[in-house]
Design a protein around this ligand. Structure first.
Ligand code: SF4
Ligand code: MG
Length: 338
């Protein structure tokens, strides 16, 4: 599909009293119509920050953004708030972790959706209200006529999520950003929301960016993947292929810590250590303090040289930032070498 969102060399830095927090460093990715891109990482990896920048949800006075973010051809780095306001309602919509934060607590659900539609379409209130009810129906809310007249607190968590998706999609955005859309929900409702996002994508043909730490969710939903670590992309490619055969030691470690990848639960292996402070990134490869493969790289490159993107031999469309020359799955992990 066509590229809707083209992020090039994006860096997002927050100056603080303790120094510069490098939330995102030199991130590049594309989201395409009709495809779902998963941006995967632990908390603090920068996976949410990059999409906040897309929607202009950062505080411009306290954020330094460099690089390029082109949404449907419009450059957003350095754009005025008026551009972001337009973008947020007509070109890109975000589904938040917490629907409470997107829905106004004291306005009826149907009216909120109708007003979002009215703001960008020259139609009557009656037409907008009809559109709101159609949207509620589309996202699988039963009795949408009646439900449209209720307030957010009268909806269950899953229903609020659906209402928020309806609100996000009412102006046919080309990009839907779902940031941990399911973490607050139980497993059954999670699955239903993911199915809904998949179905809506087929119906609207939009691009979806799914931001998550949950690789099971990625396996269900994504076409493409970017794995982030400490504000940088470390592996990208076809989502199913990356999950089946990770090339970067960090991705490999994430997968090893998943129950489904180990027959025997005692073999589950969490990645040792914790992510670095974004105030003080390690030199060389940011992952080196935690990496079980660094002794396979000759010399001290892992400690001293930031790896550039490069293709993985034998894996088409796969890019990693790592000094290893062989895909990680073919190597033995270091024993006791930290
Ligand atoms: Fe590990 Fe070195 Fe690759 Fe970084 S560059 S992931 S430290 S092997
Ligand atoms: Mg987040």
């Amino acid at each position: 599909g066509d590229v809707v969102l083209d992020v090039q060399d994006l860096s997002v830095v927050f100056p603080t009293e303790e120094g510069l927090v490098k939330a995102v460093s030199n991130l590049t990715y594309q989201a395409r119509l009709g495809r779902t891109l998963a941006i995967v990482g632990e908390s603090g990896s920068g996976k949410s920050v990059s999409s906040m920048a897309v929607l202009g949800l950062h505080n411009p006075k306290r954020t330094q953004i460099t690089g390029s973010i082109k949404l449907d051809g419009i450059e957003l780095v350095g754009a005025p708030q008026s551009t972001f306001q337009k973008v947020r309602s007509t070109k890109a919509a975000m589904v938040f972790q917490d629907p409470q934060s997107a829905l106004h607590p004291f306005h009826k659900i149907g009216k909120q959706i109708a007003e979002a539609y009215l703001a960008h379409n020259k139609v009557s209130k009656a037409v907008a209200q009809k559109r709101a009810i159609e949207m509620l129906d589309l996202v699988g809310i039963p009795n949408p006529q009646r439900r449209a007249l209720q307030f957010p607190h009268e909806f269950s968590g899953g229903m609020r999520q659906r209402a928020m998706i309806a609100l996000g999609l009412v102006n046919n955005p080309k990009l839907l950003i779902a940031d941990e859309p399911t973490t607050a929900l139980d497993v059954t409702v999670q699955a239903q929301i993911l199915d809904l996002v998949n179905d809506l994508q087929k119906e609207f043909g939009s691009a979806v960016i799914l931001i998550t730490h949950d690789l099971a969710v990625v396996a269900e939903t994504a076409d493409d993947i970017v794995v982030m670590y400490a504000g940088r992309g470390v592996e990208k490619g076809d989502a199913k292929e990356v999950l089946a055969q990770p090339s970067h030691p960090y991705t490999y470690g994430l997968l090893q810590s998943l129950p489904s990848h180990s027959e025997d639960l005692t073999e589950l292996k969490a990645i040792q250590g914790t992510p670095p402070s974004l105030l003080n990134l390690p030199p060389g490869c940011s992952f080196h303090p935690r990496c079980d493969f660094k002794s396979q790289v000759p010399g001290d490159a892992c400690w001293t040289e930031l790896p550039e993107w490069r293709p993985t031999p034998g894996l088409a469309n796969r890019q990693i930032r790592c000094h290893l020359t062989d895909p990680v799955g073919t190597l033995q992990e270091d024993e006791g070498v930290r």
